[in-house]
Design a protein around this ligand. Structure first.
Ligand code: ADP
Length: 614
C-alpha cells in the first residue's frame, strides 16, 4: 500500500480558498446545496454508467444521499453512493480549477483588487464552499470500477491537502466537515433540514437526514403530462404554493426553442393581494435541472404576473458559473418574454374553453391584467384580448370581450364606446348614454375607476379606437319634434352663457340628448370627471390641477328648455335661478358637483316659488 502524500493546491485554488475563508459571506448555507448537488451529480453519473453496461462495484446499492449531523462533535457528513473518485480524479477535481466560470471570477477579483464578496455567489464555488464553514474537510471516496481502491483526502484549506489510501470503503463519496466555531449551527439537524428543504427538495435521488427521508415530493414538472395524476399535481401545488386550496388554473408546459424550458405554473383560487396581505411577491422558483437557482426569482415574470406560483426549470441556465444568483439579465429577459407570452396564450385558451373558471379568474385578477395594459407595452395587445366588461347589449352581470364587441358592431360604427359609471343603473341613466341608446350603438360600461387609464393606454383594439362616451362626437339620428328652432336655441344658449358667466366655458345646443335637459362636457377634452377624482385622490403636495372648464350642452327638444325660453322674457330672476339649477343638475349627473349646499338653498327657494303659485 502506498503511504500518505502531501499535495499543494494550484495557486488559483489557494486564492479562491482565501477569499472563501476570509470573506464575510452572508449565505454560508449554500455549501449544503453545493455538496448535495455534487452528490446528486455523482448519483446521476452512476446511473448512466450502470445503464451503459459497465461493471460497477456494489451494483446492488442504489444511488442515494445520506446526511448526518453531530452537534456534539460539531460535524456534518454528506455521503453518497454515486460513482466516487479515483486517486487521479481526487487530485484533478479537488485540487485544480477546471471551470472557466471560477477562473473568470478570480480574474475579476485580481483586476478589481478589492474582492467584492457578493460576487462569490455569482459563481458557485462548488466543493470549496465547504471551507466557508469547515476548519477541516475529509473526503473518503471509492470509485465505481471493481478494481479500484479507496482514498482519503484531507485538507484544512491552507496550502494543500493530504491523500492517503483508505481500505474497505463502500462505493461513493463521504465528505465530513469539522465545523468552525462560528459555524456550529450547521451541526444542528433542524438547520440542515431547513436548508435541504429549501434548495434540494427536488433532487431526483433520495436524501436522508439522520435517518429521515427528506425529499418526498417529486419534480413532476420534468415528467410528461399524461403520466401525472391529479393528486400529484395538487400535492405539488400545496408544496410549492403553501396553499391548501386547489389552484384555479394550472399550466404545465415544456419548450425547446428558443430556450429549453419546463414550467409548472399555478394561479391560486384567491387573489392574496385583496385579502389585505399587501403587495404580494411572485412565488415562482427558478431551477436548473431540478436544483434551485433562485427562490421567488426576480425578473422571471413581469410584475403584473406576481400572483403566479410554481416552478420554471431551464437547462440553458449557466449552471457551471452560478447556482446562486441569476445575473445574466439578457437570458432572464428572454425567459421572461417566452414565459409571459405562453401564459397569456394559455389564458386566452382558458377564456374560450373554461369560460366559468376564466370568469372567476377575471373577477379575482382583473386589476393585474389592467396593470399590465398600462405598464407593459410588449404584451398590451395580448392583454387587451383578455379584458372583459359589462355592456349595454348584454344583461347585467354578463361580460363581453372587446373582440366580441367588435363582432357585434354595426356597419356605420367606427369606434368602440365606453362609459364610465359607478354601476349599471347609473350607466343606463347617464345623459351621456342617451345618444347611444337612441342610435343603438353598443356601449361598454366601465365600473372600475382605473378603466379610464386602461382604455387610454390600450388606445385601440383590432384597429378600432376606444372612445369614452362623453368624448364621443355623435349626434341623434333625427331632429326631435317640438324642439326649439335653431335660432331660438342659439339665442337661449347665448342668454345662458350670459347668465351663468364664468361658471361655464361655452353653452350650445346639443344633438345627443334625449331625456336630459342638459349635460356638461369637458371643454378641453382634457380630463373626465372620473380622472379628476383619481388625480385628486392621488395628489399630495403636487401642483394644483388645472381648474375644470366645462361646456354646457342643452337639449332643444326638452320641455324645460322651451319653458325656460319663455320664462326668461317674463321673470328674468326666476329664469336665472332655473338656469343655475340646470347647470348644477348636469354637474351632479357628471359626478362633478363638489359642494351641494349652495344648490340646496337655491332648490328650496325654487320649491317655495312653485308652491306659492296659485
Ligand atoms: P462543480 O460541481 O461545479 O463541477 P466542484 O468544485 O463542486 O465543481 O466539484 C469539482 C468536481 O469534483 C466535480 O465536477 C466532480 O467531478 C467532482 N466531485 C465533487 N463532489 C463529488 C462527489 N460527491 N462524487 C463524485 N465526484 C465529485
Amino acid at each position: 500500500m502506498s503511504k500518505s502524500e502531501t499535495h499543494h493546491f494550484q495557486a488559483e485554488i489557494q486564492q479562491l480558498l482565501n477569499i472563501v475563508i476570509h470573506s464575510l459571506y452572508t449565505d454560508k448555507e449554500i455549501f449544503v446545496r453545493e455538496l448535495v448537488s455534487n452528490s446528486a451529480d455523482a448519483c446521476e453519473k452512476l446511473r448512466f454508467t450502470q445503464s451503459s453496461g459497465q461493471p460497477v462495484y456494489q451494483s446492488e446499492v442504489a444511488p442515494g444521499i445520506t446526511v448526518t449531523t453531530d452537534d456534539k462533535a460539531d460535524t456534518i457528513t454528506i455521503t453518497d453512493t454515486g460513482l466516487g473518485m479515483t486517486h487521479g480524479e481526487l487530485v484533478e477535481n479537488l485540487g485544480t480549477i477546471a471551470h472557466s466560470g471560477t477562473k473568470a471570477f478570480l480574474k475579476q477579483i485580481a483586476e478589481e483588487k478589492k474582492p467584492d464578496v457578493g460576487l462569490i455567489g455569482q459563481f458557485g464555488v462548488g466543493f470549496y464552499s465547504a471551507f466557508m464553514v469547515a476548519k477541516k474537510v475529509t473526503v473518503l471516496s471509492r470509485a465505481f470500477a471493481p478494481d479500484e481502491t479507496g482514498w482519503q483526502w484531507t485538507s484544512e484549506g491552507m496550502g494543500g491537502y493530504e491523500l492517503a489510501p483508505a481500505a474497505d470503503l463502500p462505493r461513493g463519496t463521504k465528505i465530513t466537515l469539522e465545523l468552525k466555531d462560528d459555524a456550529k449551527d450547521f451541526a444542528k439537524e433542524s438547520t440542515i433540514e431547513r436548508i435541504i428543504h429549501r434548495y434540494s427538495s427536488f433532487v431526483p435521488f433520495p436524501i436522508e437526514l439522520n435517518g429521515k427521508r427528506l425529499n418526498t415530493v417529486q419534480a413532476i414538472w420534468a415528467r410528461s403530462k399524461n403520466e401525472i395524476k391529479e393528486d400529484e399535481y395538487n400535492e405539488f401545488y400545496t408544496f410549492v404554493g403553501h396553499d391548501h386550496d386547489q389552484p384555479l388554473f394550472r399550466l404545465h408546459f415544456s419548450a425547446d426553442a428558443p430556450l429549453a424550458i419546463q414550467a409548472l405554473l399555478f394561479v391560486p383560487q384567491r387573489n392574496f393581494e385583496t385579502l389585505g396581505m399587501g403587495r404580494i411577491d411572485s412565488e415562482v422558483n427558478l431551477y436548473c435541472r431540478k436544483i434551485l437557482i433562485q427562490a421567488k426569482a426576480k425578473g422571471l415574470f413581469p410584475e403584473w404576473l406576481r400572483f403566479l406560483k410554481g416552478v420554471v426549470d431551464s437547462e440553458d441556465l449557466p449552471l457551471n458559473i452560478s447556482r446562486e444568483t441569476m445575473q445574466d439579465t439578457t437570458l432572464m429577459q428572454k425567459l421572461n418574454k417566452v414565459l409571459t407570452s405562453r401564459f397569456l396564450k394559455f389564458l386566452e385558451e382558458q377564456s374560450e374553453k373554461e369560460a366559468d373558471a376564466y370568469g372567476k379568474f377575471y373577477h379575482e385578477y382583473q386589476r393585474f391584467l389592467k396593470e399590465g395594459v398600462v405598464t407593459d407595452f410588449t404584451h398590451k395587445e395580448a392583454l387587451g384580448k383578455l379584458l372583459r366588461f359589462e355592456s349595454s347589449s348584454l344583461d347585467k352581470g354578463k361580460l363581453t370581450s372587446l373582440a366580441d364587441y367588435v363582432q357585434r358592431m354595426s356597419g356605420g360604427q367606427k369606434e368602440i364606446y365606453c362609459l364610465l359609471a359607478a354601476n349599471r343603473e347609473s350607466a343606463e341613466a347617464s345623459p351621456y348614454f342617451e345618444v347611444f341608446r337612441e342610435r343603438k350603438f353598443e356601449v361598454l360600461f366601465l365600473y372600475d375607476a382605473w378603466d379610464e387609464f386602461v382604455m387610454e393606454h390600450l388606445h385601440t383594439f383590432d384597429g378600432k379606437p376606444l372612445k369614452l362616451a362623453e368624448k364621443a362626437e355623435l349626434n341623434l339620428s333625427a331632429k326631435k319634434e317640438n324642439a326649439l328652432s335653431e335660432e331660438a336655441s342659439k339665442s337661449l344658449a347665448h342668454w345662458l352663457k350670459e347668465t351663468l358667466g364664468d361658471k361655464v366655458n361655452e353653452v350650445r345646443a346639443s344633438q345627443r340628448l334625449v331625456e336630459s335637459p342638459a349635460v356638461v362636457v369637458d371643454a378641453d377634452k382634457f380630463m373626465t370627471a372620473n380622472m379628476r377624482h383619481i388625480m385628486k385622490a392621488m395628489k399630495q403636495d403636487g401642483p394644483e390641477l388645472p381648474a375644470a372648464r366645462h361646456d354646457l350642452e342643452i337639449n332643444p327638444a326638452h320641455p324645460i328648455m322651451a319653458r325656460l325660453d319663455a320664462m326668461r322674457q317674463k321673470d328674468a330672476a326666476l329664469a336665472g335661478s332655473v338656469a343655475e339649477q340646470i347647470l348644477d343638475n348636469a354637474r351632479v349627473a357628471a359626478g362633478l358637483l363638489e359642494d351641494p349646499r349652495a344648490m340646496l338653498t337655491r332648490l328650496n327657494q325654487l320649491l317655495e316659488k312653485v308652491l306659492t303659485k296659485d
